[in-house]
Design a protein around this ligand. Structure first.
Ligand SMILES: NC(=O)c1ccc[n+]([C@@H]2O[C@H](COP(=O)([O-])OP(=O)(O)OC[C@H]3O[C@@H](n4cnc5c(N)ncnc54)[C@H](O)[C@@H]3O)[C@@H](O)[C@H]2O)c1
Length: 298
């Protein structure tokens, strides 16, 4: 196990984005200087170095890594419909390889990479596939049917290869839906109207403040190697009991360990064991009522 060293400066790619801006502010508030890189948007003011550039360009990434001893790679096209399949795949995997190879070549020892719950290929799959089991974990069998999910699977493989090539330790987070509280409440309202639409990701979510805390934990944890780590809040977007909801919306899919009450249908044991990470922010009892309850009240 590697001795822990707190990085003094990290490069955050995708720093203008939803997770990147909050993560940058969080790291700076914990004494870690940030070089913020994005090809678009407003780079966060909390960062003391700003780089407008493309994360797929090794020269841009290499220059941005000056003085950095850690990297947080979030830049990606984050949905299969936000580009052609070629654009989504080539942008995402090229950026990840550019970041890991440039960091590795400079002897940087720690990287945190944004993977996704979609790395299994199940949630966005155009075919009627379901998870092989609940709770969803990092070993869920893969069935790929879109370029975004494929890119995240390749990113996880690139992380393992980067560790072998350059000895860089990498944590690749399988983020579920990550948003601020109000956006999550809106998503919960949608999920309650149509639970079938998001059953394949187990109605999982994570408050963006917890995503930033998880990144911080992964930068400073005593980990060695390349690790894929699932994340989720401890409950779901839905108001009802998880096992009952799964019986209705995922009939026949085995539930391999008890999911009492509104427990998340994602296994987050690895995040806790490896990084000592537990989310602090939940929607709790505030989630909107189900469509049935709304209909009864109306
Ligand atoms: N937010 C979620 O629900 C969620 C869920 C699973 C995985 N993820 C992953 O987490 C990461 C961050 O997601 P987000 O929600 O903050 O997305 P976002 O779209 O808000 O931010 C992504 C940022 O990356 C930048 N970017 C894209 N391609 C780039 C490139 N080639 N060079 C430089 N910058 C580039 C964009 O301009 C954007 O600012 C992504 O890798 C995404 O796939 C997010």
């Amino acid at each position: 196990m590697r001795a822990t060293t707190v990085p003094r400066r990290v490069l955050v790619t995708g720093a203008s984005g939803g997770i990147g801006a909050v993560t940058t502010a969080h790291l700076v508030s914990h004494g870690i200087a940030v070089t913020a890189l994005d090809r678009d948007g407003d780079l966060p003011e909390a960062a003391d170095r700003h780089v407008h550039g493309d994360a797929t360009d090794p020269a841009v990434v290499g220059a941005a890594l000056e003085d950095a001893d850690g990297v947080v790679h979030l830049a990606a096209i984050p949905h299969p419909t936000l580009g052609t399949p070629w654009e989504v795949f080539s942008t995402n995997v090229s950026a990840t390889f550019a970041v890991l190879s440039e960091a590795g070549a400079r002897g940087i020892r720690r990287a945190v990479v944004a993977s996704s719950v979609n790395a299994s290929g199940v949630p966005f799959n155009p075919h009627r596939v379901m998870p092989a089991y609940y709770p969803i974990d990092e070993d869920l069998p893969v069935d790929l049917g879109d370029a975004y999910s494929l890119s995240k699977t390749v990113d996880e493989t690139s992380a393992r290869a980067a560790h072998r090539m350059w000895g860089i330790d990498v944590v690749a987070f399988r983020f579920p839906l990550v948003k601020d509280h109000d956006t999550l409440m809106a998503a919960a309202g949608q999920a309650a109207l149509d639970p079938g639409a998001t059953v394949r990701e187990g109605w999982a979510y994570l408050d963006v403040r917890d995503a930033a805390r998880a990144v911080h934990a992964a930068l400073v944890a005593r980990v060695e190697g390349a690790h894929v780590v699932g994340l989720a809040a401890p409950d779901t977007l839905l108001p009802g009991p998880t096992e009952e909801l799964l019986a209705r919306w995922a009939p026949g899919v085995p539930i391999r360990s008890p999911l009492p009450g509104r427990s998340a249908a994602v296994d987050t044991a690895r995040a806790e064991r490896l990084l000592g990470f537990r989310p602090e922010h939940t929607l709790g009892q505030d989630v909107p009522p189900s469509a049935e309850v709304r209909a009864e009240v109306a």
